[in-house]
Ligand binder design. Structure first.
Ligand SMILES: [Fe+2]
Length: 443
């Protein structure tokens, strides 16, 4: 080994080994349907022997074991990191679905086996069932991860630390029913070990409340692999790592769109990276999904995905996506739209075709309130301020843009049958940088 002039080898320890590389780690949970009576647990281990989830009053489930290999990664003429120097054997990903739970209830579980060891007992909460009154959730995009010590990784997002820490406090308070992370999840981007770092970071959150996700460019995009944007942004992962770590209730592999209802909200979650043209499978699905919403049961319709329709950063908006998909939002009276990709927070008026069709008015507390008893158009919010280096705003303020904040944080939403209240929480001060309400009388 050659040392640089300033460094000199003084001593060498014996090689260190993991005492148990099969230790089950990084459990995260997600809901599988809108009844809130089942919950999926996903975790990793070095062992492919089936393991178990013990939950409720003595119930035991056996895990389904999966993984992915270097062959599953994408590459092109130039080797991708995932296929080449970024590859890291992920071990095995275990998953099991707890059933027979009650909505809005606390349960505990542990995972592992006698041979690989067991996790601690973890307490988690099921979300409210579709149609029940209240839902409290957190939402954000573009978080990533960073080490808490002096170690280095190829791609870090130091802003994610304060955001995670603030959200851990929120979850501890018991006021969070679920979390939505809408794309650009870990930024592993072909350096596969960084998924483990990300899972480690979110574990205090994601093991306790459902961690629901949407796919972003940094999970899926790669040249010539059947996506809308032929960029190398996933580093050759092509969505394989994402889908394995975050199994959502999607129709099939590489069709990462789904809907879920919790409390008074119907969430339509799309992939902006997969074909959304009117003749596409995804477009037909989103139309059918939004048409089927029973607004008496779930009065609020939230549409979410990764790339925005409205941002002051015009280069981040694909006008074809807007032209094709925005009419559906208007037709099906979407209340609120969440996108990320741009790394700041920006809120619109009730906007359609870049024109304000309605403006919010201040309530008695001075909170801007959109009245959807007289629905005109969706409200859009970009929430990509959860960790990646923040973007500044252009000097020109588009007429639809009502609030712009470039600070680290996340969205906190409280939805009842008649009100949807949003706050942008600054993760460093824990103060709300913006808040607004959407109101509508129950039918
Ligand atoms: Fe992105």
């Amino acid at each position: 080994m050659q040392e640089t002039p300033q460094e000199e080898m003084c001593a060498r320890s014996t090689p260190l080994k993991f005492s148990n590389p099969n230790t089950p780690l990084y459990a995260h949970i997600s809901t599988t349907d809108s009844t809130a009576t089942s919950m999926r647990v996903t975790w990793v281990s070095g062992s492919n022997e089936p393991q178990y989830v013990q939950y409720g009053n003595g119930k035991t489930l056996t895990s389904i074991v999966t993984t992915f290999s270097q062959e599953d990664m994408c590459s092109s003429v130039v080797p991708s990191p995932a296929k080449d120097f970024g590859w890291h054997d992920p071990g095995y990903i275990h998953s099991a679905v707890m059933t027979g739970l009650n909505p809005s209830s606390k349960f505990s579980y542990r995972y592992g086996s006698d041979s690989v060891g067991w996790s601690d007992q973890i307490q988690f909460k099921t979300p409210p069932a579709a149609g029940s009154n209240e839902l409290r959730f957190l939402a954000f995009g573009d978080m990533g991860k960073a080490p808490r010590d002096a170690s280095t990784e190829h791609y870090i997002q130091p802003g994610s630390i304060s955001v995670v820490d603030s959200m851990i406090e929120e979850v501890k308070s018991g006021n969070v029913d679920s979390i939505f992370h809408i794309g650009d999840i870990s930024y592993a981007t072909g350096f596969l070990v960084e998924w483990d770092f990300f899972l480690h970071l979110i574990s205090p959150l994601a093991s306790k409340v459902p961690y629901m996700t949407a796919i972003g460019n940094h999970e899926r995009d790669y040249i010539g692999t059947g996506v809308v944007y032929g960029t190398p942004d996933s580093g050759g992962e092509c969505g394989v790592a994402y889908e394995t770590y975050f199994p959502m209730p999607t129709p099939a592999k590489d069709k990462p769109w789904y809907s879920i209802e919790q409390g008074s909200v119907h969430f339509t979650v799309i992939s902006t990276e997969h074909d959304w043209a009117p003749n596409s499978e995804q477009y037909q699905w989103m139309r059918k999904d939004m048409a089927s919403v029973d607004r008496k049961k779930t009065p609020w319709l939230i549409f979410t995905g990764h790339r925005p329709m409205y941002s002051s950063d015009l280069l981040s908006v694909d006008p074809t996506f807007v032209a094709f998909v925005e009419p559906l939002l208007q037709q099906y009276k979407v209340d609120l739209v969440f996108f990320g990709h741009v790394h700041n927070y920006e809120r619109s008026c009730s906007v359609y075709r870049a024109k304000c069709l309605a403006m919010p008015t201040k309530d008695t507390n001075g909170v801007e309130t959109y009245d959807h008893n007289n629905y005109k158009a969706p409200v859009h919010a970009i929430i990509g301020m959860a960790g990646f280096t923040l973007d500044n705003f252009s000097e020109i303020v588009p007429s639809w843009s009502l609030k712009r904040v470039s600070k680290f944080g996340y969205g906190r939403v409280h939805a009842t049958q008649e009100e949807l209240k949003f706050e942008l929480v600054n993760s460093n001060t824990r103060q709300a940088e913006d808040s607004f309400r959407i109101i509508k009388k129950a039918k």
